[in-house]
Ligand binder design. Structure first.
Ligand code: NAG
Ligand code: NAG
Length: 303
């Protein structure tokens, strides 16, 4: 699990590409930590395109982001100088010129273990790569093959996965947790992770950052369902008043369809006072801190 809890982000921010932008494009892969609405277009139950999701987003609009407001990918895009967010690849916005700032391929409940995504009707990482290949073709049609190659190799790639493999698969799937110990299952995830990075590199990516957000043992759902949890997981974030419960509903397990307009009745009034927005996902306030940490790590690597 070592690599899953650590992060690495390589940013080489020397060439300004478009006015105000530090890099030409940003590409995002992974699970619900990164999904900005791809699952809205899938027959899965793992969605977040209804209230109270998006309560603190622009126009208070639920978009499919698993947050009360922005996710860390949004904040990273803003910090890199993008004037708009990379569109969800399956959305109607992902066309024409909009594609030239990159795209978001992430799908909630996806993971490094292919069956995690399949059993949740989400987009497996292999299919996210297929979509990325298709994306490359579209961009080449717009700006030509040579310009596309340059865009793709200069862009930044963000990957966040692994939480769903445990929370939405291993922990709840007796076939899986009787077949593998957590360490053995982690090894499978690591192998699949390594393969994904190789494949992405083979497709032209050069600047790849990897993270899982946040540490899995701190998720309210995990604390509620799987034991007493350890307080040390939250020490780094202890300026927030509530660290063990999510804001949505009772804050103990609610996520996706369980965090809905009915649970809004008991949803907290100020999500900034909570580390977690729902049972799995950080609030916007914490996404801001996580994004800052990622960016700081990335900048430190180039100095
Ligand atoms: C490719 O890039 C060059 C140089 O930046 C530019 O002049 C040209 O218009 C671009 N080609 C297309 C098809 O956009
Ligand atoms: C919400 O909580 C944050 C953090 O404690 C605080 O800074 C902010 O003023 C609060 N917002 C409202 C509307 O009370």
């Amino acid at each position: 699990m070592g690599f899953l809890s650590s992060y690495l982000l390589c940013l080489f921010l020397s060439l300004p590409w478009a006015y105000g932008q530090l890099v030409p494009a940003l590409f995002i892969f992974g699970d619900s930590v990164m999904d900005v609405g791809n699952n809205n277009h899938l027959p899965t139950l793992i969605k977040a395109n209804f209230p109270p999701y998006g309560r603190d987003f622009f126009n208070h609009t639920p978009t499919g982001r698993f947050s009360n407001g922005k996710i860390s990918a949004d904040i990273i895009a803003e910090t890199l100088g993008f004037a708009s967010y990379q569109p969800a690849y399956l959305s109607s916005e992902a066309k024409g010129e909009n594609l030239l700032i990159g795209a978001n391929f992430a799908s909630a409940a996806s993971g490094y273990y292919e069956p995690t995504a399949n059993s949740n009707l989400a987009i497996p990482l292999s299919k996210q790569l297929d979509n990325y290949k298709e994306y490359q073709g579209k961009v080449a049609e717009i700006i030509g093959a040579a310009n596309a190659t340059s865009l793709l190799s200069s862009g930044i790639y963000l990957l966040s996965a692994g939480n769903s493999d445990f929370v939405q698969n291993y922990y709840i799937n007796p076939l899986l947790n009787s077949a593998y110990t957590p360490d053995q299952f982690s090894n499978i995830l690591v192998q699949n992770y390594a393969q994904f990075i190789k494949d992405l590199y083979g497709l032209g990516a050069r600047k790849i950052g990897v993270t899982t957000l946040p540490p899995i043992g701190c998720l309210p759902t995990v604390l509620t369902l799987f034991g007493s949890g350890k307080m040390e997981c939250v020490e780094r974030l202890n300026r927030f008043t509530e660290t063990r419960r999510g804001c949505c509903g009772t804050g103990l397990v609610e996520t996706s369809i369980l965090c809905n307009p009915l649970s809004s009745v008991i949803t907290c009034t100020n999500a900034s006072e909570y580390v977690f927005w729902d049972g799995f996902h950080p609030s916007e306030a914490v996404n801001q801190i996580l994004a800052n940490n990622l960016l700081t790590a990335g900048f430190a690597l180039i100095s």
